[in-house]
Design a binder for this molecule. Sequence first.
Ligand code: SF4
Length: 344
Amino acid sequence: MIKSIEELEKFIELSSGERQWFEAQGEKLPLLVSRYYLALIDPSDPLDPIRRQVIPSIEELTPSPEEGRDPLAEVVHSVLPRLIHRYKNRVALLVSDTCATYCRHCFRRRFTATEDKIISPAEIDGVRVYLKEHPEIKEILLTGGDPLTLSDQRLEQLFKRLYGERNDLTVRLCTRIPVTYPQRITSKLIAMLKKVRRGPIYLMTQFNHPRELTKESIGAINLFVDNGFPALNQAVLLRGVNDSVEVLEELMNSLLFNRIKPYYLFQGDLVEGTGHLRVPLKEGLILEKELRKRLSGLAMPTYAVDLPGGAGKVVLTYNYLTGFNENVAIFEAPQGGQVGYPSG
Ligand code: SF4
């Protein structure tokens, strides 16, 4: 793992903006990049899309007024120190503070890398009791940080304890490790997950650029999918990474071909210090419209924004319904022109 400017400079020459980040004081999401992910960067390209995701820049240290530490109000919605219960039927459990690589667009940077800790047995027991008392919870998202930073042994204990008396839970394993450190995904890990599962476990990944789909990362995904763990992708729309229809089209088609269902394309959250990576929502809507023309329904992700203050997720899509003419709904046809449909 690369953690310091000295180690980093053995691989890439830093720009002045990147160097200034290292020199600046203050609270910062630390640098951490796996050697594997670092090797995906083209060192001769200062605008490389992999580089933009993991090499910090001074722009991170000048937040804009609309940004905050916790824009989704996760702290307010926390019912236990690591358990967020915002929607009635599902909870998110922050099982680890750390990741294999820190993304500069991380929306949970209020928490990520702050304490270098994992969930304790006492905290797991608290969650188990909460799940027992709340049968309306049907899904649990294991997230963080990254849950796969836990050892296989700790993960096994976590799953065994969490299921407790519940045999009706759907688990989402939210991890970027197949993208940033696929070597962590071993047959031993998969065999353990198969042994402990009492219901479906969905793998939720975050591939943001087609170049992240390497032989190694696809191998990691294959281990999951071949053993009955469906894979879905939640990409983040990022300036200078995937803010072009060609890149998004290639990403979604490659994901689908490699058995990873494109699930969401997220508008960037209003997190402190991520403005330089955020794409304006109006631009995102134009990309969504064009992407929908080019992709099949299966390859098309849902473009969505998490509203500030924890107000919920909203789907963003072009509105083809232009109005009503008596009992006829008038649509703008995706291929051009206007078409009516009886509105009843
Ligand atoms: S893997 Fe997820 S939690 Fe970790 S730094 Fe990236 S976005 Fe944040």
